[in-house]
Unconditional design. Structure first.
Length: 182
């Protein structure tokens, strides 16, 4: 199956003024409604990481769960869930971060990773990078390191990928959108 970025990008729906005026939300729901597109997404990530040296897959609440869980299954790697505050039942580590819309907290089970573990973190998109930066800080607090941060979409003008790169965290995205893309 050949990856055609143009037809792939056409399945990412722009939703104007969501969740607030002036924001163009990039909705990946149509990708998940297309078995072919979902297979392209997952196969692209699996091929990238099949021979890579890392120990865990991390998935960001909530759309990152959709990607990360399938990739973890395909690569036979443990899945670590990074959740919104108050959603995990055991001892957690918490990290505050800024979103495009305000402040939030990200949590992970405190015993999820050990020193020497390496993780690939998945989210649906990288905007300002707040969620992935918070997750990276949590990973480092457990003594592990981030092998790479991966997403379907990068919004490079919002600076998230650069923030991660500045933390020495490589990023990989299947496609990107300029703010002017409608």
């Amino acid at each position: 199956m050949i990856f055609d970025e143009f037809s792939f990008k056409s399945l990412i729906r722009p939703v104007m003024d969501f969740p607030k005026p002036g924001v163009v939300f990039r909705d990946i729901t149509p990708l998940f409604q297309s078995p072919k597109a979902l297979r392209l997404v997952i196969d692209s990530f699996v091929q990238r990481y099949i021979d890579a040296e890392f120990s865990h897959i991390g998935a960001m609440d909530a759309r990152g769960f959709l990607i990360g869980s399938i990739v973890a299954y395909e690569l036979n790697k443990p899945l670590i869930l990074f959740r919104k505050q108050g959603k995990l039942p055991a001892d957690v580590l918490s990290e505050a971060y800024q979103t495009e819309y305000g402040e939030a907290w990200l949590e992970v089970h405190a015993d999820s990773l050990c020193e020497g573990d390496a993780i690939v973190m998945f989210d649906d998109l990288i905007a300002t990078g707040g969620t992935l930066v918070a997750a990276a800080n949590l990973v480092r607090r457990m003594g592990a390191h981030v092998y790479e941060a991966a997403a379907i979409i990068d919004l490079p003008e919002l600076g998230g990928s650069q923030r991660l790169e500045d933390m020495s965290i490589p990023t990989f995205c299947l496609t990107n959108f300029a703010l002017s893309d409608r």
